[in-house]
Design a protein around this ligand. Structure first.
Ligand code: SF4
Ligand code: SF4
Length: 366
């Protein structure tokens, strides 16, 4: 159970991360990963085709139909950990490294072919196709074999958010902040372990437009290209990653701040603001119905509302559809509430309206 935000991340960060990461954790109880909230409920009878069409994920895939780029020091931490719990993850990472596909001194990452596949098929196949499955996902447990060493993409991903769009935005910004950290830190560590490396910094995110033939055919990188990247460490990659982890463990808070510098500090107030927005939400002065809201009547009492995310539809009393039409940019929320009470004796709790706004069923006019 996470007590502070930092508990969601690998332990190595405890020594360095700033105040906002030490704030109380924000539980995302709607993302029930052990019994995945995106999968068909137990006992439901649907064919795979029907389940796909209705947007359900497969329980033996879940949201791990994605392969992260894991920075060198986390790979090294995993390989150095002697607890039996990590034996399977270590075996998988070693097998992956031996393939020499997506293996770089800064990262262990997906091949460009895998990246292209994901970019092109995310909409149709995320959660649904084994072609996208992460190599570190294990069955029959249906969970992650490297959990304690997973990267920020995995740490901060949730399919559903208690605070709706505000929650999603917070975790996305935290991810972006961590991408910079992972990129700068992995580059610094690679260079400190091997100062003669001559390649330029490899960013966390890549836009792929072309594939080399060995990538297309899923063959290892040609020896000469591989040696150019790895230099004296070619063939000793596991030892290299472990050395990066040792170098990371030796960094002081001051070293860390020097590596990250002002670029990260500039975005910290924004993270703090987003955190406050999730934990202490307020009611906007004006609200209007989301113009692209989808509403599907389920029965005589309930309708399904889809607004900020297709992964987080919400069942609400069907009267909510009429209620939200009462809000417009012509009068303040408080005036609308008063009018609803005066004309129809309808009382609406502020907390309920805040919830509708977080789900972006009601939005602020631009
Ligand atoms: S975050 Fe992933 S594993 Fe967890 S409930 Fe959502 S889809 Fe399932
Ligand atoms: S690293 Fe783990 S959590 Fe992340 S996608 Fe792979 S199996 Fe899932």
């Amino acid at each position: 159970m996470s007590e502070v935000v930092l508990d969601m991340l690998p332990e190595i960060y405890r020594q360095w991360l700033p105040e906002v990461f030490w704030r109380p954790a924000i539980p995302e109880r709607k993302a029930t990963c052990d019994s995945c909230a995106m999968c068909l409920p137990e006992g439901a009878q649907l064919s795979k085709e029907q389940a796909d069409r209705q947007g359900f994920f497969q329980p033996d895939l879940k949201c791990c139909t994605f392969q992260p780029s894991i920075p060198n020091y986390l790979i090294g931490g995993l390989l150095s950990d002697e607890r039996p719990l990590f034996a399977e993850g270590q075996r998988r990472v070693k097998d992956y490294i031996a393939l020499r596909i997506g293996v770089h001194p800064q990262w262990v990452r997906p091949s460009n072919k895998q990246l292209l596949l994901l970019q092109a098929s995310q909409q149709s196949s995320f959660g649904r196709s084994s072609q996208l499955l992460c190599p570190f996902f294990q069955t029959p447990q249906n969970n992650c074999s490297i959990w304690k060493f997973r990267d920020s993409d995995c740490s901060f991903f949730f399919c559903k958010h208690e605070a709706g769009e505000d929650g999603r935005t917070l975790w996305k910004r935290m991810q972006t902040w961590m991408w910079t950290l992972e990129t700068k830190l992995s580059y610094h560590l690679a260079k400190s372990v091997c100062p003669s490396f001559s390649w330029a910094l490899e960013g966390k995110k890549k836009k792929v437009t072309r594939l080399a033939i060995h990538v297309l055919e899923e063959r290892p990188m040609p020896d000469d290209e591989y040696s150019k990247i790895w230099g004296e460490w070619a063939g000793k990659e596991e030892a290299f990653y472990r050395a990066c982890y040792d170098a990371a463990c030796a960094l002081t808070k001051q070293d860390f701040d020097n590596i990250m510098q002002e670029e990260l500090d500039e975005t910290l107030p924004q993270l703090a603001h987003l955190y406050n927005k999730v934990t202490s939400p307020t009611l906007p002065q004006f609200l209007i119905p989301h113009p692209e809201l989808t509403i599907q009547q389920m029965n005589d009492e309930l309708s399904l509302f889809v607004a900020y995310s297709r992964y987080d539809p919400v069942l609400l009393p069907k009267e909510v559809e009429d209620l939200i039409q009462a809000f417009s940019a012509e009068e303040t929320v408080q005036e609308t509430l008063q009018r609803l009470y005066d004309e129809q004796e309808i009382e609406v709790e502020e907390a309920f309206l805040i919830g509708l706004h977080q789900l972006r069923i009601l939005i602020e006019p631009t």
